[in-house]
Design a binder for this molecule. Structure first.
Ligand code: GDP
Ligand code: MG
Length: 162
């Protein structure tokens, strides 16, 4: 089966935008994946000759009671299905308390994880990434999901590293 890439991050960081970009070429929502639920969206995509399944965890962090309770949500269970997690943050908003809370939880998990700084369009990439080093999740990867900037080579790297 294809590797499963799960997109997480607080609301509005660009998860659905990235999901749409990553599934655009085949535009096939997955209907036959084991454990499929309505809380999250599954899609198939391909970079080069490598296929993957990508999961958009829409509900995560939308919970008014905060990330901690949200962690028990259905959406959060998507992490258990992940071969790799992409943790998205927003270069324009900068580092937020919700990002830090999520990072704390994600750091404890063994799943391979990449820190993805989205919305770097029109920004200096090095500057945009700098403050996110503090999350302690390794090198930030800068992208602009709405234009697909830097996305394909990054995903190819992620799949190669698996
Ligand atoms: P989600 O809540 O994490 O799924 O975020 P969305 O994908 O719905 O995006 C939230 C907002 O950010 C929308 O208005 C998007 O158009 C915008 N957005 C997403 N990606 C980018 C990007 O790369 N650059 C810019 N400037 N805006 C973006
Ligand atoms: Mg969304």
């Amino acid at each position: 089966m294809e590797p499963v890439i799960v997109l997480v991050g607080r609301p509005n960081v660009g998860k659905s935008t990235l999901f749409n970009y990553l599934t655009r070429s085949r535009d096939a929502l997955v209907a036959d994946y084991p454990g499929l639920t309505r809380d999250r969206q599954y899609g198939r995509g391909k970079v080069g000759s490598r296929p993957y399944i990508v999961v958009d965890t829409g509900g995560l962090g939308d919970d008014p009671e905060g990330v901690a309770l949200g962690m028990q949500s259905q959406a959060m269970r998507a992490l258990d299905e992940a071969d790799v997690v992409l943790f998205l943050v927003d270069a324009r908003a900068g580092l937020t308390a919700a990002d830090e809370e999520l990072a704390t939880v994600l750091r404890r998990r063994g799943t391979p994880l990449y820190l993805v700084v989205n919305k770097v369009d029109g920004m200096n990439r090095a500057m945009a990434g700098a403050e996110f080093h503090r999350l302690g999740l390794g090198e930030p990867h800068m992208i602009a999901a709405s234009q697909g900037t830097h996305v394909a080579p990054f995903i190819e790297q992620v799949l190669t590293d698996l």
